[in-house]
Every structure is written in C-alpha cells, then in structure tokens.
Design a protein around this ligand. Structure first.
Ligand code: KMH
Ligand code: ZN
Length: 279
C-alpha cells in the first residue's frame, strides 16, 4: 500500500530572466507544452506566473484569463494562479488575479524580506484576498515563508473561517533569503505549528535546499512542490533541462518513500476545488 503524493509544479516564477535561462517557459505556448509534459510526468497542480511579450512578469488580466483557458483545454491539472506576482506588483493588481477564475490561488501569509527586495503582504491585504477567494469560490494555497506566517494562518482561520471548499492546504516555501531556513529542522518546526484544521501541506526548498526539503517533507508525510520557479540546477552546477525533469525526480524520490503521484482528480478532491468544467 502506498500513500498518494500531490506534486505541484511551479514552472516559471517571476524572478528568473529568460535571457539567463532560455529553457524557462515564458510564452503561453511554452507554458502549455510544459504543463502537458509535467502532467504526463506525474504533476497534478500547476502554480502559474505569466510573462509579457518581452518575457517580463505580468499580471495582465486578459493574459491571465487566456492562460487559465489554455491550460484547461490542454490538461486536467489543477490551475493555481499566483497572487504573489513579482515583488514589484501593486497589491490592487494582485487582488484582480482572481478575476481569471482559477481553481486555486496562492495566498502568502505575511511580508517577507526577499533577497534584497521586500515581498509585501500586509495583514489587511491578506484578509481582503482571503475573503475575496471565499466569495469567488477559489481555493487558496497558503504560502508560508516563515514561522510567523504559520502562526498568522491560525489567526486568519479563527477570524474568517474555513476556505472555499472546506479544505486547508498550505505550502512551506523554504530557503528564501529572508524567510525560514530550508532544512529538515525548520520544516519540523513549521509542521509542528500548523493549525489543526490543515488538511494537507506541501513544501519546496529554494535553490540548494531543494533536496533537503523534499526528503524532510516526505518523511513528515507532506506533499511536494518542484519547478524552475524554485530551482534552476538539477545538481551542483548542472542546469535543469526542463520542469518535467524536476517532476520526474520528485516522482522517483516519492516512489522510494512509497508514495504514488496523485491523479488530478484525486488532487481536486484533496483540495476541495470547484468543478468548473460546465462553465
Ligand atoms: N515571486 C515572489 C515574490 C506566490 O507566487 O504567491 C512571490 C511568489 C509567491 O512567488
Ligand atoms: Zn510563485
């Protein structure tokens, strides 16, 4: 008997320049091609950041809508849009991401130093985005960059009640310069403090913390997020060839831990996403 494993792929992010990494999927065609390959490899959810024609991070409403439609046409992946965007995106635009009607949205639980920048998530913004996700029937994935944000999740749920769909899914984003360390010890501390109402959680380690966090997550019964948003080398000094390569590695490591990649249908049940197929 093996336990199901949710693998989320975060293929693009907002931080890496196309010029520095030509294999980064930045156009809609590249994103859809990546999504198809990652679903075939074992991913069940995709965390999406989009780019403009110059490959710069974008929160353009029409592009977001077209992206959601295109991903739904070509895959059955759970489509999660980033509301984090880039560190330069205004809060008002980040709220408008939900207009594109994704299955899920990321929702970061507090402000974090992000390298030399600040990833801004003031409490009033967090609560507004959360209530909007409830109204729009979009399942949030709570992004937790440090222990304080784990605590803030308890506060949010106590005050505003459960998310749309009734499930509480979190993602520990570890190893960001300014956030919690990407180590097994930090992961154990974060998991220990998760609210009792959490129904599932995944973890990802940025850069060289990717493997430590992957193994720690599996050993604590967690799920995995992988992708070129988070790591650009497959081993020291060796560039990642594709997002599917990272998904394949997660499947293999999961297999050794006696975990089987979840289907997209199973992921929809796990996360409580709305059936938008008739829409
Ligand atoms: N790009 C980071 C500043 C999210 O997608 O919600 C924020 C981020 C988190 O990637
Ligand atoms: Zn992101």
């Amino acid at each position: 008997m093996t336990e199901p494993l949710l693998i989320t792929v975060a293929p693009t992010g907002a931080e890496t320049a196309k010029a520095d990494c030509p294999q980064l999927p930045t156009t809609l065609d590249e994103l859809v091609e990546t999504a198809v390959a990652c679903e075939a490899a074992g991913a069940a959810m995709i965390h999406v950041h989009i780019r403009d024609d110059e490959h710069r991070p974008s929160l353009d409403g029409k592009r977001l809508e077209d992206t959601v439609v295109a991903l739904r046409e070509s895959t059955s992946l759970v489509v999660q849009l980033s509301t984090g965007g880039s560190v330069h995106d205004p809060l008002e635009l980040r709220l408008k991401v939900l207009d594109a009607e994704p299955d899920s949205c990321s929702l970061t639980m507090g402000t974090t130093n992000f390298g030399d920048d600040v990833f801004s998530n003031p409490w009033p913004f967090v609560t507004e985005l959360y209530q909007l996700s409830q109204q729009r029937e979009v399942v949030p994935e709570f992004e937790l960059f440090d222990l304080g944000q784990v605590h803030a999740l308890t506060r949010l749920l106590d005050k505003y009640g459960p998310p749309y769909g009734g499930k509480v899914h979190c993602d520990l984003v570890m190893g960001v310069p300014g956030g919690m360390n990407g180590t097994a010890d930090a992961l154990v501390a974060a998991v220990r403090d998760l609210p009792a109402s959490v129904t599932s959680w995944s973890a990802t380690g940025i850069g060289r913390s990717t493997l430590a966090v992957m193994y720690a997550s599996l050993s604590k019964g967690g799920h995995l997020r992988v992708g070129m948003e988070d790591v650009l080398t497959i081993s020291r000094g060796v560039p990642v060839e594709s997002n599917a390569q990272l998904v394949e590695r997660a499947v293999e490591v999961g297999r050794l831990a006696q975990r089987t990649p979840m289907t997209t249908a199973e992921a929809r049940v796990l996360l409580g996403v709305k059936d938008r197929s008739a829409a």
